[in-house]
Design a protein around this ligand. Structure first.
Ligand code: AP5
Ligand code: MG
Length: 288
């Protein structure tokens, strides 16, 4: 990147940070929607790294159950290999169980809910936990782009880590980067089953987006690299969370300041910290 472009880019980033409406900082309670292969798993890994968020993926949980041959796994397998949705009661109890064990304020749901009964059941659980969803992001990636990448996908089933032979290949062919364990192809990634999954998705997405219309946003793009910064920006803008820390910024001693002064101090601390994170990122990208 030329010096001029670098300076221009930094000025734009500063302006964005200055415009950020930082009112109250909230934990991240995100639902990620998007068609099969749109990059939900890939984006979740990045969010996990940058915000310390717990990733709850219904598909990963089902695949783990299938691998461990649990009763849920046995029931789910016949639906998944055909690309059909697993019945609501199975998914609702699976996710309910998972959420009841969540010990972190920041989490994201990937692949659940997919139907209105699932969405309503989730609302009941989260209301009980006093942790309602606060942001829904719908990833929109052109179908042709998805079809190309899905045929190259390999997964590490125990962790849900996702690889692509051209985009993010494993360091050692066929092996997971972290554990060295073998990678597998998903049986539902063949073209025929993929078509069924795509149809299911198209039917379910409109009612879900309507259900979450107050907190939903659609982010479009061709690649995960293009989409990720937009997701991050939404999280910063809406929740006041800072990438790179994994925890909300600490609040200052309330007794020492008026409410307005507290808000101002937090906002300026956040902006200063965010500016340095963005500067590091800009410096990084200028070497690529
Ligand atoms: P699930 O596992 O949730 O699958 P899905 O929604 O079909 O989504 P995918 O996991 O296929 O895609 P993704 O968006 O995570 O993309 P990824 O990051 O891997 O569900 C599977 C099945 O389980 C369902 O069909 C159903 O049977 C059942 N199920 C699950 N939840 C259910 C529910 N709530 N109710 C009922 N049934 C349920 O990316 C895709 C590929 O692209 C990867 O190889 C990745 O490396 C690559 N990639 C990512 N970004 C890029 C890029 N920029 N350039 C090139 N390649 C890229
Ligand atoms: Mg996935």
């Amino acid at each position: 990147m030329s010096l001029f472009r670098n300076v221009l880019c930094q000025a734009r980033q500063r302006r964005f940070l200055h415009d950020c409406p930082i009112n109250a900082i909230q934990p991240l309670r995100l639902l990620l929607l998007g068609s099969p292969g749109s990059g939900k798993g890939t984006q979740s890994e990045r969010l996990q790294k940058h915000f310390g968020v717990l990733h709850v993926s219904s598909g990963d949980l089902l695949r783990q159950n299938i691998q461990e041959k649990t009763p849920i796994g046995k029931q789910a397998a016949s639906y998944m290999t055909k690309g059909q949705l697993v019945p609501d009661p199975i998914l609702i109890s699976l996710i309910d169980q998972e959420l009841n064990q969540v010990a972190t304020p920041h989490w994201l749901l990937d692949g659940f809910p997919r139907t209105l009964p699932q969405a309503k059941a989730l609302d009941d659980t989260l209301t009980r936990m006093m942790q309602p969803l606060n942001i829904v992001i719908n990833l929109e990636v052109p179908e042709q782009v998805i079809l190309e990448r899905i045929m190259d996908r390999w997964v590490h089933i125990p962790s849900g880590r996702v690889y692509n032979l051209s985009y993010n290949p494993p360091q050692v062919a066929g092996r997971d980067d972290e554990t060295g364990e073998p990678l597998s192809r998903r049986p539902d990634d063949c073209p025929e089953v993929f078509r069924v999954r795509m149809q299911q998705y198209k039917q379910m997405v409109t009612p879900l987006l309507d259900y979450y219309r107050d907190i939903a946003i659609t982010i479009k793009g061709n690649t995960s690299d293009e989409i990720y910064p937009k997701i991050e920006r939404e999280i910063v803008n809406r929740l006041g969370l800072l990438p790179g820390t994994g925890t909300p910024m600490p609040t200052v001693d309330l007794s020492a300041f008026s409410a307005a002064a507290v808000a101002k101090t937090n906002a300026s601390r956040q902006r200063a910290a965010m500016a340095s994170v963005e500067e590091e990122r800009i410096a990084d990208s200028s070497f690529r």
